[in-house]
Design a protein around this ligand. Structure first.
Ligand SMILES: [Zn+2]
Length: 398
């Protein structure tokens, strides 16, 4: 899925506390977000309920759709795992980056009904580089399986459809695919594709901070400086703790939510729940904190990437459509080998407050003159700084 899908818009944010990678934050909105994990990428969706039956009627009466985001968790082929990967190599091979200053970029697909019989309903999504065929096969009464077949560069790959979801306005949909990944020396992959139909996608409005109120000329938001992309203003944001492993950190998550809620000063609010049943990250209607037993393949084996929050923008309404927070157990364990238990406790708490800042729409703030929870220095403590408060309040000010 690599070569053909490099024109998407997706803010992807990670938190690395033991060392800072080169200033990735200055390049916003990785067109596609790809995390390389050690071991089985299915660990990322462990315990989640799947809705495997794709609602193919989403594509009926539609001639074209836009693929506007893609998120992948890819297993590096085991032979490569022991090889330290240089920063340069990783950036070139794993992380193609570009800015999104010119506005939202999408991949356009022509949609056609390929087959429509009682036992086989298929739609083809096609452009000049990539073809995706989505099929529901089998008797609806006896059980239907959904599959995806991907054609690119002359190769064909079959994927299992793990989960399907639609936005409330039914204009956006996501499908989560699982592939065995025989290509490019990569192992299994989880690939979440986000489509929009009949949607006019635009860049979010760029605001001008009011300098008479605060002294900041720019706020770093998910899609760029001063580019306003908050959660929709209708009601509180519902965040779920998803899974028993994440539940183990309820008090830390609750305390981080309280911090941001206080900082938001009633402009918006996160309501925290515990989800007994939960869906994988690709689900558009549920937003989760997951605690995942995975190691991330980092450019430097001494780096620990404790958390990861990506947001899927609703560029029709200039809002965040979906966002989910991951905390990686393997990364905490890795860092625990060279940090004291006390330091790890502080790092964990800091990581959760930091990730929730991403969840709400803030990007990194690495300016050494501007202390922020959105930087990587956990030694500044857990309180939101003057910048954090100004940035979040400006983001949610109507
Ligand atoms: Zn971060």
């Amino acid at each position: 899925m690599k070569s053909a899908l490099t024109y998407l818009v997706l803010p992807a944010l990670c938190l690395t506390l033991t060392a800072c990678p080169p200033k990735k934050s200055e390049v916003h909105s990785d067109p596609q977000f790809r995390t390389v994990v050690m071991g089985d990428p299915m660990m990322v969706v462990k315990g989640a309920q799947f809705n495997r039956l794709t609602n193919l009627s989403y594509f009926s009466n539609v001639q074209s759709v836009e693929l506007f985001s893609i998120v992948q968790f890819v297993q590096k082929a085991s032979a490569n795992l022991s090889q330290p990967v240089s920063q340069e190599t990783l950036q070139k091979s794993e992380a193609p980056r570009e800015t999104v200053a010119s506005g939202p970029k999408t991949i356009h697909f022509e949609v056609s009904l390929l087959k429509d019989t009682f036992e086989d309903k298929s739609y083809q999504l096609k452009n000049d580089k990539l073809t995706i065929v989505l099929s529901n096969k089998g008797d609806a009464l006896k059980g239907v399986t959904s599959t995806a077949t991907i054609f690119r560069n002359g190769t064909e790959e079959t994927a299992e459809v793990l989960h399907f979801s639609q936005s409330e306005d039914v204009k956006k949909m996501s499908i989560l695919l699982h592939t065995e990944g025989k290509h490019d020396q990569q192992g299994e992959s989880l690939i979440a594709l986000y489509f929009a139909k009949n949607a006019k996608l635009v860049s979010p409005p760029v605001i001008t901070p009011k300098l008479e109120i605060n002294s900041y000329v720019k706020f770093n938001y998910l899609l760029g400086p001063n580019a306003k992309l908050p959660w929709a203003p209708y009601g509180p944001i519902v965040l779920n703790i998803c899974g028993a492993d994440a539940e183990g950190f309820r008090s830390q998550i609750k305390s981080a939510v309280d911090k941001w809620n206080t900082g938001l000063n009633s402009l918006q609010k996160i309501n925290l729940f515990s989800a007994k049943k939960y869906f994988p990250f690709s689900d558009l209607s549920q937003h989760c904190v997951y605690y995942v037993e995975s190691f991330i393949v980092n450019p430097d084996p001494r780096l620990a990437m404790y958390g990861l929050t990506f947001a899927v923008p609703d560029l029709e309404n200039s809002n965040i459509l979906d966002s989910d927070v991951f905390l990686f157990d393997g990364e905490f364990q890795k860092a625990a080998r060279w940090n004291s238990a006390e330091v790890m406790v502080e790092k964990l708490k800091f990581a959760i407050v930091h990730e929730l800042g991403h969840f709400l729409g803030l990007d990194h703030q690495f300016d050494p003159a501007i202390p922020s929870i959105m930087g990587y220095d956990f030694r500044i403590g857990l309180d939101l700084t003057a910048y954090d408060l100004a940035a979040i309040r400006t983001l949610y000010q109507q």
